[in-house]
Design a protein around this ligand. Structure first.
Ligand code: C2E
Ligand code: MG
Ligand code: MG
Ligand code: MG
Length: 287
């Protein structure tokens, strides 16, 4: 009966609540010790030149190898890290780890690999972020040109004057600055012009609809055109299909990132990609 069903649904709902709060408690206690226990991992996803298929750089994407819950994506723990203030130590760990890895690739004869690190809005507000970053580079013996920082449009627009100042200092060091998830926030062209940025990354929510949705296709096309007129490099994220790739190449998007070429992968796998390049079947098929 409906009543029995209702009762059943209620039970299921209740159990889900218990599960969520229990999971949250496990995560909260765990995250405090995750750094000491060395449970964070960095996966790397290649960015690819849209016309040649060459790997141009990598993006570092954080994972948490949780002892009970398995490999967790950032969505499961970044906001928790921000609430607890642990984002500062985690952010510093990511920067130092990435610099260390870039050094290792250079020592392996793989040249100067450039890696993009995502910055939380909290980090951008942090005292001495610039000092921390230059120290990490110096300690690893890595040149600032090897580091790229990705900040979202929304984070930058929360405090544009402050962001402009910090981003300018970072860029003066030689670090590349990217605006991530572009198109989902609301930055004006006049603001964009003031930022010392190098790259716009078109948000995957537009990219993934270019074949189906005329509005998203028009927005994507407009972002590419606008970015180019401002002399910025344009990267499309979340590219999964040949059709999306074809559209982006047709509109002269510079770089492509997405499962079509590679998922984010562990360090051994990406080292192999750096050594041998990607399997370019998909790019050739689109030519
Ligand atoms: P993001 O920087 O915009 O990264 C892109 C996200 O899209 C990544 O999710 C990536 O794995 C995923 N992705 C890449 N290609 C494809 C594709 O073809 N299709 C689909 N559906 N997804 C694709 P991920 O790794 O779960 O990271 C989510 C977000 O977490 C990142 O978004 C970034 O904002 C944040 N994040 C990651 N690492 C860090 C970090 O070290 N520090 C901070 N503060 N945030 C981080
Ligand atoms: Mg990013
Ligand atoms: Mg993004
Ligand atoms: Mg994102």
């Amino acid at each position: 009966s409906a009543k029995a069903q209702g009762r059943n649904n209620f039970k299921v709902y209740n159990r889900a609540m218990d599960f969520d709060s229990e999971r949250r408690m496990i995560l909260e206690t765990g995250i405090r010790r995750a750094l000491e226990r060395d449970e964070f991992r960095i996966h790397y996803q290649p960015k690819v030149d849209a016309s040649t298929g060459e790997v141009t750089s990598l993006e570092a994407l954080l994972r948490w190898q949780h002892p009970d819950l398995g490999l967790l994506p950032p969505a499961d723990f970044i906001s928790l890290a921000e609430e607890t203030g642990l984002i500062f130590s985690i952010g510093e760990w990511v920067l130092r780890q990435v610099c260390h890895q870039v050094r290792e690739w250079a020592d392996l004869g793989l040249g100067d690999v450039r890696v993009a690190v995502n910055l939380s809005g909290y980090q951008l507000q942090q005292q001495n972020l610039v000092g921390q970053i230059s120290q990490a580079l110096e300690d690893a013996g890595v040149s600032p040109e090897c580091l790229e920082l990705e900040v979202t449009e929304t984070v930058v627009m929360q405090n544009p004057d402050f962001a402009v100042a910090i981003l300018r200092q970072l860029k003066e060091l030689g670090i590349c600055i990217s605006i991530d998830d572009f198109g989902t926030g609301y930055s004006s062209l006049s603001h964009l012009r003031r930022f010392s940025i190098n790259t716009l990354k078109i948000d995957k929510s537009f990219v993934q609809e270019v074949e189906r949705n005329a509005t998203d296709a028009a927005i994507t096309q407009a972002i590419i055109a606008m970015g180019k007129s401002l002399d910025l490099k344009i990267v499309a994220e979340g590219v999964e299909t040949e059709g999306q790739l074809e559209f982006l190449r047709g509109h002269d998007c510079h770089e492509i990132q997405g499962y079509l070429f590679s998922q984010p992968v562990a360090v051994d796998k990406v080292t192999e990609i750096l050594r041998n390049g990607l399997d370019l079947k998909s790019l050739q098929a689109a030519t």
